[in-house]
Ligand binder design. Sequence first.
Ligand code: IPM
Ligand code: MN
Length: 360
Amino acid sequence: MTKKYEIAVLPGDGTGPEVVDEGLKVLEAAAGKYDFQLNLSTYAIGGDHYLRTGEILPATIIDELSSKDAIFLGAIGHPDVKPGILEKGILLALRFSMDQYINLRPIKLYEGVATPLKDKTPADIDFVVVRENSEGLYVGAGGYLKKGTPDEVAIQESINTRKGVERCIRYAFEYCRKRNKRKKLTLCGKTNVLTFAFDLWERAFYEVAKEYPDITTDYAHVDATCMWMVKNPEWFDVIVTDNMFGDIITDLGAMIQGGMGVAAGGNINPEGVSMFEPIGGSAPKYTGKHVINPIAAILATQLLLETIGESAAGASVESAVKKALRDDIKNVAAGKMGYSTGEVGDLIVDYIKQGAGESR
Ligand code: IPM
Ligand code: MN
């Protein structure tokens, strides 16, 4: 019997819907080729919906999403909505309520894509960041004292639980083993200053490491990690880190892999429902111009396919993207691709249908 997957689609704001359309074209092409079916349900949440209705993320939608096989998200963020409302109310609320405790961010430079790092090639830039996605500074713990007065105090606490840290570290070891590249896992922390939080991380890391004698362990402070990501990115295979450091280093990662046009991420609950997104945001200034690069959204569908168990289909998406980046798209930046958003999607679909680049 043909397998059928229930996929929730959240196009969101700005250029989100444009890139999601191309991702969906690609998902359908992969489904056709690898003989499975997709049942898509679209949810119109985001800035426009909020401005129209005052509604951010109704509990009924969270309930419905909980029964899906995966979620495909475009972008959240609207120029007319105060920063924080939609990010916290939708994106972070989804991550937390669905316990998507891993944020998986591949940092991979594809052939034909320009990196700002002089002399670095695709052989040098190929690693994955496993970012803790449910704790740390993101939980919203803290508060104000004497707000608005000269004596104001603002406290924002980083919450790190043994359980939360350990499950993230374990995922990273498993991922590193499955990836089977350099089999090296780097803990990125700040043990010289954050001596409580990263002491817990460090102890958990080396305890779990005992179960993975085939994986080489390594440690780097977050500031040094930034330095090495620019100077010697080839040192990294898999990096595991907390939520805030992960947020920061993955934007640096996106830049060295060629920019937001090619950067995808997965919010993963290994035991539940995961959500995949291009990480570039809603890009209001490009909205409706059909010049935004959909490759990031398309690579998010690769992660989605791999996570639901359709690995061959996922690999075919990546092969098609590789070929298009190498042979066709000369610049990955919005408006400079030489193709419209829709044409890039069509190109990838054609390559998937042809099985292009699959032996590479
Ligand atoms: C990301 C984003 C989000 C984050 C924002 C939009 C809340 O920057 O996915 O990296 O900080 O996690
Ligand atoms: Mn970020």
